[in-house]
Write a new protein. Structure first.
Length: 131
């Protein structure tokens, strides 16, 4: 198995979690992505939030959640290892799918039924964030 390193933003509003789907994929996942060569995880998170949903993140307000791993949703025979962070949305800010994103959804973790396929890593992150 090959390893893919990423950063992931756990974004919650009114008890619902923001998940996004990239063009040409099925699974919904956290905002985030692969760090550029030499880029620190927090810097990658700030960059990815701006690129993907137009959010300007204040690094001082970001809370590290830890490192998580799961089978990669979009790359067969790969494992994704993510540095995950909690990111707050400013009041009144409405995220919009940008760059490689096709759409976004707000999922309620209390609702056991969803019609959206969710990446394994995101399932784990949502469970961790709820606990």
């Amino acid at each position: 198995m090959r390893i893919v390193h990423v950063v992931a933003a756990v974004i919650v509003r009114e008890g619902r979690f923001l998940l996004v789907r990239k063009h040409g994929t099925r699974a919904f996942m956290q905002v985030g992505g692969k760090p550029e060569p030499g880029e620190e995880p927090l810097a990658a998170l700030v960059r990815e939030c701006a690129e993907e949903i137009g959010l300007v993140v204040d690094p001082a307000g970001v809370v590290p959640l830890g490192r998580f791993s799961a089978p990669a949703a979009n790359e067969p025979d790969h494992v994704v290892v993510a540095d995950a962070f909690t990111v707050e949305l400013p009041a009144g800010f409405e995220p919009e799918p940008r760059a490689e994103l096709a759409e976004l959804v707000w999922l309620d973790p209390a609702d056991p039924v969803t019609t959206h396929p969710v990446a394994a890593l995101s399932v784990d992150l949502l469970a961790h964030a709820r606990s």
